[in-house]
Design a protein around this ligand. Sequence first.
Ligand code: AMP
Length: 552
Amino acid sequence: MSNLKHGLMQDWPLLVHTVLDHASNWQGDREVVSRSIEGPIHRCTYSQLSVRSKKLASAAMSELGIKQGDVIATMAWNGYRHMEIWYGIMGLGAVVHTLNPRLFAEQLVYIANHAEDQWVFVDLTFVPIFEALQDKLPTVKGYIIMTDKAHMPADTKLKNAICYEDLLEAGNETFQWPTFDERTACGMCYTSGTTGNPKGVVYTHRSNVLHAMASCMGDAMSFSSRDNILPVVPMFHANAWSLAFSGPMSGANMIMPGAQMDGASIYELLDAEKVSLTAAVPTVWLMLLQFLEENPDKMLPHLERVIIGGAACPESMMKIFEEKYGVNVLHAWGMTEMSPLGTIGSRRGGMEDMSAADWWQTQLKQGRPPYSIEMKITDENDKILPHDGKAFGRLKVRGPAISSAYFKGDGSENFADDGWFDTGDVSTIDDNGYMQITDRAKDVIKSGGEWISSIEIENIAVGHPLVVEAAVIGLPHPKWDERPLLVIVKKPDCEVDGQELLDFLQGKIAKWWMPDAVAFVDELPHTATGKISKLTLRKTFKDYVLPTGDAG
Ligand code: AMP
């Protein structure tokens, strides 16, 4: 027995700096291309980025006194400096806390205080946010403005404002990464929960490295050094879905979009940098597809795959990418609490005989879990439901890159003692293992005791040529408890009435799912991560009376 203690594999800790070391040593000439905040496109190699990350780590320790376990915030777009901070701060053993600039001021104050942020690295764009908030952030010692001397704002009111490039100058490029336990915290991100205070998710070195490896697998995102990856999804939204780890790990070129995510700017990068894979929430793709529609001479010849997640991908969007532009859509589902990848819709072996129509319906689902994620659906009594594509229940997950609790123990009711995390999503799983989200549990519409999937109705409604965005919410009803209201943003300068939209849904959804009314709005409310905010929408329509409401 005791012999088995000797001659084992090395206890090589899975620390995130090893990802950058590997990229620098073996893919040293591959590039990180960034649209800089100052204007021009910036290019550097992984070798250069590695040297600058070491200089940053060294200067952070010597000049700012940052040490292992300190929480250091960033509020920044995707760019090379954000990546240097990412690896430099995590590599020295401190924690990078990405702040989402789209949050309300009071949420930001709550989050920064709850996390006890010590320093903030801030892009030029967001300096005014902290000038306004800094008096409410007592734990923050100072602000590093992510620019060079020439672009430093002369009159900034930020306390202890330091120029990023000056700080880097003070660093030592021969800095050696320290070694410590792979279970050490390295990242933090707050979920923009729709109820209660935001909750902190803490990533470890081990969870990030394992998650990145799982993301790279062939049936997951399938990255290689031949890819040019454009993460439009920001690093402050669930680690840019891990792309700032999995990209360098696979040696792909990274194309960082900076502050400009409109259709024209994204197209420009897709084309100029021959991007092969990109990832973002559906609202970003709405802007790109609209730009392409207005510019019919422009196509997407280099783009092979687009990962769409964060909210359900409508069928019409998938169709345009696949059929008009020849781009393979990978529909993915995940959560901040899951690092974030949970499932992804690549085609499984053994399904070669499936008809094109059946594959199309399968591809619209949110997909299958890669290795390292355990997943089940259960009823209200925690009884496991079958994988028949019909039974829907609460979706639960566990694995090495899934939270075991929220920071400081908040919201612990979502975590069971045996590790299963209740995602708050309701879904089905079919006999090929493809999971489909029906709704957030709190958005589910219950009509006469039966559930109606708001997501499914929305996805069909946006397929109408004159509809830009659609949302379905449940409103109180005297007879059925709740009935659906369809809320529509229509294309500008077009005429379409409610009945025409209901006719469009006819035959595509169950009769009793048919919305009782259609309301038109100029725009839908969105959360800080680009999802339609049903909570706000329900508030807007709280006094709305359905025409069937008096039916009794
Ligand atoms: P976040 O942690 O902000 O990324 O939000 C995670 C939540 O977004 C999930 O629990 C789902 O409700 C929703 N979500 C993520 N991806 C999808 C998807 N592909 N389809 C439908 N909902 C999604």
